[in-house]
Write a protein that binds this ligand. Sequence first.
Ligand code: HEC
Length: 202
Amino acid sequence: MWKSVIAAGAVLSLAACSDSGGSNPPTSAPEPEAPAPVSAAQGEEPEVGAAAAGPADGEVELPADYKSWSVFLSGIQKAETKQIRDIYLNAQAESASAAPLPDGSVLVMEIYSVETDDAGEAVLGEDGQMQKKALSKVFVMEKNAGWGGGQPEGLANGNWVYAAYEGNGAPAQVEYNACRACHAPLVDQDYVHRYPEYLGQR
Ligand code: HEC
């Protein structure tokens, strides 16, 4: 099953973007900056030549103006990984009234570290919420006609292609098959985890 595929990306999947249920993220996980080893076998290369049109994972650009886009969800508190996440969507994605999202849709998720005390525990503000410290990663998913093909079974995500950046905008070294494996089961909501809270209510 798809879970076996993410083994190599477990560092990333648990530390940087975990919570999809069953797994047990280490509560004392270090910051996600520790780069997951990038193996030559990951999905950077088109698996089935002709079918893999469009950019490969990692080649989708970080949109320069995403901060001016609509907010999809903000202040998502991830206590287990001590992160706060904000998600933005571009106009094409916002125009969707049902899954699947239209071609040209882009979703950007910022991942912030949180303020911690000397013991490494998250410091809560007066509102009882963790407090943002620094932008550590920016994840992007974009879809277009003909993109995302050539993936092995279990890693197909329709026409979506993924990219990850450091907080300073440099490309992040991540295991893209882990992104795919964790989003792949969500066929009914076009591979978007938070679809029900936002697009599903339109
Ligand atoms: C362990 C599972 C898992 C992995 C691995 C994972 N994600 Fe996600 N992703 C999620 C969940 C869950 C959300 C919803 C936001 C939240 O609760 O953190 C999400 C949200 C997103 C979103 C916002 C749209 C949405 O689906 O709601 C983007 C963009 C995204 N992820 C990109 C990536 C990229 C790029 C990678 C790989 C570098 C990645 N994800 C790896 C589980 C995962």
